[in-house]
Design a protein around this ligand. Structure first.
Ligand code: GEK
Length: 253
């Protein structure tokens, strides 16, 4: 990383100085650097985002409703809006972090003033996705969100999503994952930390963020995801992207 980028106001320095251990939260400090944080913390994030747009093009015909659950600043929603060849759709972007939804709403308003079509197509809602109504969805996106939902609530959430989808609809679910083989698990975590170093994060930043995410981000194995998705009724469940301990899956209703 160059000095120029490391001093930039939107560069993630949240864990750069020594701090008392506190649980990770999607607060104002995180939201203000979120784009940089997620791009440098999730291997393949930009590929996953643009491929969500490519998948949407195939599964979201005229009259589609798309849900982006845990939308943050709307990365996936904007990719879908940019890729769809028609204007007959709406995207409902949901997040329970006020810091995220206020920024996303402000961005949509600013684009609206410039005549951007996203503003009328993307509706930003500040709500807990566990309470959200899902209705007539052609596509549901859970891009690195389920991992932050308490495990006991995950099964009911998957059933609700399934019930709210159209037959033939597509669910995209991206997650940090675990491996049943302890040696492989350790290897991928270690390689992931090396990846973060290549992205300019120091060992202190890596270890402090890891501690903050303990009990906040709870990863599961791909087998556990697959079993839950099949149990909820989804078929053709499989991984379409994986890099070390990060994966994205498709599942169809
Ligand atoms: C992206 N999808 O850029 N209800 C609503 N939102 C929630 C809840 C909840 N119960 N719990 C967590 N969130 C985005 C990235 S980030 C992933 C998603 C990450 C929200 C939380 O506020 C945060 O904005 C998002 O889920 C997870 O494609 O930071 O690793």
């Amino acid at each position: 990383m160059t000095e120029k980028t490391s001093s930039h106001a939107n560069t993630d320095r949240v864990f750069a100085t020594e701090r008392l251990p506190t649980a990770f939260a999607f607060d104002d400090q995180v939201a203000s650097v979120f784009e940089d944080m997620i791009n440098r913390s999730v291997p393949g994030y930009s590929t996953i985002i643009s491929m969500i747009g490519v998948l949407a093009e195939r599964y979201c015909g005229a009259g589609s409703t798309i849900y982006d659950l845990g939308a943050s600043l709307g990365g996936a929603s904007f990719a879908v809006a940019q890729q769809l060849p028609h204007d007959d759709y709406r995207i409902i972007a949901i997040d329970n972090s006020e810091a995220m939804t206020s920024r996303l709403s402000a961005k949509l308003a600013a684009l609206g003033e410039l005549g951007g079509k996203e503003t009328s197509r993307i509706e930003c809602r500040h709500e807990d996705l566990r309470d959200s109504k899902i209705e007539d969805a052609s596509m549901v996106i859970l891009n690195f969100t389920l991992q932050f939902i308490e495990p006991a609530a995950r099964e009911a959430l998957m059933r609700k999503i399934y019930d709210g989808m159209r037959p033939g609809g597509l669910l995209i679910i991206s997650e940090k994952i675990q491996f049943p083989d302890p040696a492989l698990n350790e290897l991928f975590i270690d390689l992931y930390h090396r990846f973060k170093e290549t992205q300019g994060y120091s060992k202190l930043e890596i270890s402090q963020k890891r501690a903050a995410l303990e009990n906040v981000l709870i990863p599961e194995t791909l087998a556990a995801h697959r079993e839950r998705l099949n149990g909820a009724g989804f078929h053709s469940v499989d991984t379409w992207f994986q890099c070390f301990n990060f994966a994205s899956m498709v599942a169809f209703k």
